[in-house]
Unconditional design. Structure first.
Length: 312
């Protein structure tokens, strides 16, 4: 781990340390649980350990996960089942959280990093505050990242109601999970939408993490899929610069849209986009708000970083 960290600029280590939540059981990899667990164990015990934050698993797979990592300490991001109807969803959530607690109580080496909870698709804006009020006692003091139903316009409408509800119920450690891609072209959000979300959560000091579609560092056109794919360096840097400089959405969008690696620089303890600097201490402090990204691969992001010469 130390050798790996010494092979890159300290500021890039601060940017990417613990940034990947490994989600090997999810598409497009869709690995069998046993294979995903074997890969995760290899990562956390190998030179890749510095970049891996947790393993992401559905709670209903936990009974099959065995000892997960043996005696090696590990962090888990757990995902309850989805449901469109709030009444069904709440009952399932209680069942899943009971199952999660049983799993954790028997495995002291596994710590829960976060719950990623999908808000029911049928929930209306006016119902979100009540929904969070019902959810809060079930999850206790655990950290939660909420995934709102898809559709850019509806998402932004629900986002406002969700942020108001978080403030109303003083759920200060709860955050947002933003989906950055998927198996269809319409699953990839526009840069304008992502910029608006980043500016909005910044204004409310709400943490955000990302999932799906972020296998590569830089924004690029994927010929096979016929879609512009977001880059995890773009997304993380855009979120951090949004906080550090209070950037408006149009400036955040410019960072999200950057395709050229030479316009990002990571030298000693300063990261730059064009002539805009960001010191390592600021990055480390703001990572509590711009948290991580889920990926079904660790090798692919690291391979691309090596190809850019940013990681050796």
């Amino acid at each position: 781990m130390i050798a790996q960290l010494n092979s890159i600029a300290p500021v890039l280590a601060r940017l990417l340390s613990g940034s990947i939540d490994y989600a090997g059981v999810f598409p497009p990899a869709g690995l069998p649980l046993s294979q995903a667990l074997a890969s995760f164990n290899r990562y956390i015990n190998g030179p890749e350990s510095w970049i891996v934050g947790s393993i992401v698993l559905p709670i209903n797979l936990l009974p099959e996960a065995g000892d997960l990592t043996g005696s090696t300490p590990a962090r888990l991001t757990a995902i309850p089942r989805r449901a469109d109807e709030p009444e069904i969803w709440l009952g399932r959530l209680q069942e899943d959280l009971d199952q999660l607690q049983s799993f954790l109580s028997e495995r002291p080496q596994v710590s829960l990093q976060a719950l990623e909870i999908a808000v029911p698709g049928a929930v209306k804006e006016a119902e979100i505050a009540t929904l969070l009020e019902q959810m809060a006692p079930l999850v206790g003091g655990r950290r939660v990242f909420l995934e709102l139903p898809a559709g850019e316009d509806l998402f932004l409408q629900r986002l406002g109601a969700t942020l108001s509800a978080l403030e109303q119920h003083r759920l200060r450690d709860w955050g947002l999970k933003l989906r950055m891609g998927g198996l269809t072209t319409n699953a990839f959000p526009s840069t304008a939408f992502v910029a608006e979300v980043l500016a909005t959560v910044r204004d409310h000091a709400v943490p955000i993490k990302f999932t799906a579609g972020l296998h590569h560092p830089l924004r690029h056109w994927n010929r096979d899929s016929g879609v512009w794919m977001h880059g995890f360096i773009n997304v993380l840097m855009a979120g951090l610069f949004a906080h550090a400089y209070r950037l408006p959405p149009k400036n955040i969008e410019a960072i999200l849209s950057e395709e050229r690696g030479e316009n990002f620089a990571f030298e000693d303890n300063v990261a730059r986009w064009l002539d805009l600097p960001l010191r390592g201490e600021v990055i480390e402090s703001l990572r509590r708000l711009v948290v991580s990204f889920g990926s079904c691969s660790v090798d692919e992001p690291l391979g691309d970083l090596r190809g850019l010469g940013w990681v050796l």
